[in-house]
Structure formats: C-alpha cells, structure tokens
Design a protein. Structure first.
Length: 94
C-alpha cells in the first residue's frame, strides 16, 4: 500500500482509479462521495463532485467512481475501445 501526503497512490482505497489509468496516477476521495483522480502519464483527470446523503451504503459510490474513471481512461486510450468498455461497465464485468 502506497500513500502520499493526502493523495492515494496505490492502496485498497484506489477504486476511483478504475481500469485504464497508469500506475503513476493518484487521487483523493471526499467524505460526501466526491473524488479527484489524475494521471500525469496520460494527461487525463476525472473530477466527480457529489453530495452523498446515505453514508451507510458506500459500495455504490465506489463503483460509480471506478466506472467513471474507467470510461474516461478508455475515451483517451487507443488500447480499449469505448464501446467495449461501456458494455463491460453495463454488465459489471470490470
């Protein structure tokens, strides 16, 4: 597990990274569901601003953060076509 000065680099809390962001990417999550994930290697970032009211059910927000980052990474990555990625997200095969 690697963490750095308030930023999540690679840990069990790295779900907002999704699939497709490089190992150099880093981010931060907020208590109300917001998150920020940056990939300096690909010059891509995802900012999710939310106001979560149900703090007991966090798995849905974790899945949303992960799926959003995966879709954004795929949009800017030639290795994985966006259509394939959207199908994987829709069927929860990520």
């Amino acid at each position: 597990m690697v963490r750095g000065l308030g930023w999540d680099i690679a840990s069990a809390y790295s779900a907002p990274r999704g699939n497709g962001f490089s190992e150099l990417s880093f981010g931060h999550t907020g208590y109300s569901g917001s998150s920020l994930w940056l990939d300096p290697n690909a010059d891509v970032f995802v900012v999710l601003l939310t106001s979560r009211l149900d703090y007991r059910h966090t798995k849905g927000f974790s899945r949303l953060r992960s799926n959003l980052s995966t879709i954004v990474a795929a949009q800017f990555s030639p290795q994985r076509p966006l259509a394939d990625l959207l199908q994987a997200v829709a069927t929860e095969r990520l």
